[in-house]
Design a protein around this ligand. Structure first.
Ligand SMILES: C[S@@+](CC[C@H](N)C(=O)[O-])C[C@H]1O[C@@H](n2cnc3c(N)ncnc32)[C@H](O)[C@@H]1O
Length: 278
């Protein structure tokens, strides 16, 4: 199984009963989205709302009409699926994750309502256990940096989507200028070990991979600025509020280093929206 030490920490915190940690990462394990970053308040409620906005920023690009079958790749604890389930009707929602512990937690948290069907499946994003042309659209929120090959993932996405389907992915991008420094901090530094494997990539690699895998159009957006408040909130919660597992030295350092890297634009956050030809 993929080594995901930060998920080990989260499960330990949930067992310990850390409600703040559960509030912050119990549904969404990704960065928040602030349309106006100067409005971020730094509270736990603000970061939870920003996490939901990030989900919406992905799924609002899809045609979520009744009858559609939607896949969330690397679905974590089912936060995005749960939100779609609450706001739309008549959908078949499927979450895919390589980690069976996350699948179990997602199954407990999210059941289909309003005529939606919800299921969670254990499997690898680079070898998806689904038939050709079996989904209308897919999202993959902040998980592709873990995949052993993003190209294989996009090829699989192309295979399982129906004509006209959309694939909406958010991911970390290393700009050319800062790549050697950022790569060193992200992959080799001791404080990053708890964040698991991080495969670096560039914007050019991304555009090439999406086109090579056969999608007919690619639209992308740099949303680094809209995620920046997350770093201060996360670091403050770790230091002042003493979230249980993440007060470990490594995780705190990782969040500080990430914060600096993002503010210096050595690490960027992009959303890619690719469409299948008809
Ligand atoms: C940062 S978390 C994001 C989780 C979820 N998308 C969210 O936003 O809450 C990264 C996720 O990718 C999943 N993951 C990593 N490699 C994977 C793979 N090869 N196939 C499927 N899921 C994978 C992890 O288990 C984890 O749930």
């Amino acid at each position: 199984m993929l080594d995901l030490p930060y998920f080990d920490d989260l499960f330990e915190a949930f067992r310990y009963g850390d409600l703040k940690c559960e509030g912050m990462w119990g549904a969404n394990v990704h960065f928040g989205y602030w349309q106006n970053p100067t409005m971020a308040t730094g509270s736990l409620a603000d970061i939870i709302a920003a996490g939901k906005r990030m989900n919406e920023f992905h799924y609002r690009r899809l045609y979520l009409k009744p009858g559609a079958r939607i896949l969330d790749v690397g679905c974590g604890f089912g936060g995005a699926i749960s939100q779609i389930n609450d706001h739309f009707t008549g959908l078949d929602l499927v979450g895919l994750n390589i980690d069976s512990r996350q699948i179990k937690r997602a199954e407990k948290r999210v059941q289909g309502n309003k005529g939606n069907k919800v299921s969670f499946v254990e499997g690898n994003a680079c070898q998806m256990p689904f038939a050709d042309r079996s989904f209308d659209h897919l999202i993959a929120i902040e998980c592709a940096f873990h995949f052993e090959s993003r190209l294989e993932f996009f090829k699989e996405a192309k295979r399982i989507l129906r004509p006209g389907g959309k694939c909406v992915v958010s991911d970390f991008i290393l700009p050319k200028l800062g790549r050697p420094i950022a790569h060193k901090f992200l992959n080799q530094a001791w404080w990053f070990r708890r964040w698991g494997v991080f495969h670096p990539t560039s914007l050019n690699d991304y555009r090439d991979m999406i086109r090579t895998s056969g999608f007919s159009s690619v639209h992308y957006e740099d949303i680094t600025n809209e995620t920046i408040p997350h770093y201060d909130v996360m670091t403050n919660l770790m230091t002042q509020e003493k979230l249980y597992p993440v007060t470990r030295k490594e995780s705190l350092w990782a969040s500080i280093v990430l914060n600096v890297q993002k503010k210096m634009h050595l690490l960027k956050y992009f959303l890619f929206e690719s469409t299948m030809g008809l």
